[in-house]
Design a protein around this ligand. Sequence first.
Ligand SMILES: Nc1ncnc2c1ncn2[C@@H]1O[C@H](COP(=O)(O)OP(=O)(O)OP(=O)(O)O)[C@@H](O)[C@H]1O
Ligand SMILES: [Mg+2]
Length: 261
Amino acid sequence: MTAIIGRMGALDLSGVTKVFDSGEDQVHAFGPADLSIMSGEFVSLLGPSGCGKSTLMLMIAGLLPLTAGSITFHGEPVTGPRTDIGIMFQDNTLVPWRDIYGNVALQLELRGIDPEKRRDRISGLLKSVRLDGFEHRYPHELSGGMQQRAAFCQTMVHEPSTVLLDEPLGKLDAMTRESIRGDLQALWMEQKPTVIFVTHSIEEAVQLSSRVCVVTPRPGRIDRIIDVDLPWPRDHAVKRSAAFADYIREIQEVFHGFGIL
Ligand SMILES: Nc1ncnc2c1ncn2[C@@H]1O[C@H](COP(=O)(O)OP(=O)(O)OP(=O)(O)O)[C@@H](O)[C@H]1O
Ligand SMILES: [Mg+2]
């Protein structure tokens, strides 16, 4: 782990542990884990299915209590849901009865912000993910990838300083995934929110992240944190480089050590 002594992270996790207790059955889902994330970092959580990644995201968002340990957000303990953190899960949260513009605006309304005053923000975001011209279409009129892009705008519209993305691209085909990765990278480079990104894809993690946390099989622990020292933007040239391939290999070796790859 990268110890950052004397500096407060945007997010600080200490001994974070989750055990689900349903009567006689106990499932040790995650932890203990320590992690300190600085403002503006893009950190990926990469780990096998069932290792507790979503559980951790829910705890960070304040939607699930911890069994042990603590999480602080800019120094404040996380004790309940926070409206200043953006969250996006694999299943998008677009409502079918609102058009795309209305769906994005909804996230402002829920926070008591008048969408009329943020028209430019909504239009600008939709344009940045190439959905301009589709503002007045309904979700069912959009492809899966377009819906994910719209859901991403929902997550970003209230300008959260921190964004939790739990496999947002998981259900998409490889080509769409690749193109949305590019959108996500561009948006992160421009606005520099703190991002925690869950993925099963080693390549996706290396392409997007400043740091990759490799999580062990359940109960998930952070086995290794890899600083990805590659230039931005991570375009095709970077992805074809020997250094990129070295990171992929290094992470594959870690999973091999878990008996997975
Ligand atoms: N509400 C719950 N009650 C009991 N057990 C749970 C609950 N939620 C998750 N678990 C268990 O905790 C473990 C971790 O689940 P989690 O969904 O966090 O994994 P994950 O790493 O996100 O997996 P995936 O990559 O498949 O999404 C699993 O064994 C799961 O069965
Ligand atoms: Mg999950």
